[in-house]
Design a protein around this ligand. Structure first.
Ligand SMILES: [Zn+2]
Ligand SMILES: [Zn+2]
Length: 152
C-alpha cells in the first residue's frame, strides 16, 4: 500500500506550508545545543529526503533562515517561529518531523549529539546514541560516523 501521496506540513500560524514529494528517511533526535536553543526544547527531530523533493507551497517569503558559520541552518516562520526545515550550506536538507501533518511514514532511528544533551532530559528509549562532537556540526544531521547504519 505504498501510495504516492506527498507529505505536507506547515507552521503554527499557517502562513508557511511545504510539500515533500518523495519518502522521508534517516530521522534522528538531535540533542545539540544549537537545536535545543533553536527549538526551545530538549531536542529536535529531523528527517532527510532526496534532493529536490522539498518545496515551499505557501508563504516562502515568510521563511527566515538562520545559518551558523559552520553552515548548519534552520528555516523558521518569521511570523510564528515554527522551525520547519534544516539547511546545510544554504541547501534545505531536512524537515522537522514536528511540523509534518499526519504520519510521516518513518520513525526516529537514533539520538545524535547526545554529548550535548540537556542535563534535565533523560533518554528513555532503546534507540542508538551517538556522542558525535560539536566540532562536526557543519555536517549537522549528516550521518554520524559511529551511528549504526541500518542501510548497509
Ligand atoms: Zn507561521
Ligand atoms: Zn542539532
Amino acid at each position: 500500500m505504498k501510495t504516492k501521496v506527498a507529505i505536507k506540513g506547515g507552521c503554527l500560524c499557517g502562513k508557511v506550508r511545504y510539500e515533500i514529494t518523495g519518502p522521508l528517511f534517516d530521522a534522528d533526535h538531535c540533542h545539540c545545543s544549537m537545536c535545543r536553543r533553536q527549538h526551545g526544547a530538549a531536542f529536535s527531530t529531523y528527517a532527510e529526503f532526496n534532493p529536490g523533493d522539498f518545496k515551499w507551497i505557501l508563504g516562502e517569503d515568510h521563511v527566515k533562515v538562520y545559518e551558523t558559520l559552520a553552515g548548519a541552518g534552520w528555516c523558521f516562520c518569521s511570523e510564528c517561529g515554527s522551525s520547519l526545515a534544516g539547511t546545510e550550506k544554504g541547501r534545505i536538507t531536512t524537515v522537522t518531523l514536528g511540523t509534518v501533518e499526519g504520519d510521516p511514514g518513518i520513525k526516529p532511528e537514533s539520538h545524535i549529539f547526545v554529548g550535548s544533551k540537556a542535563q534535565w532530559h533523560e533518554i528513555n528509549d532503546d534507540l542508538p546514541n551517538s556522542k558525535k562532537g560539536l566540532q562536526a556540526h557543519g555536517n549537522h544531521r549528516a550521518k554520524p560516523p559511529n551511528k549504526t547504519n541500518a542501510h548497509g
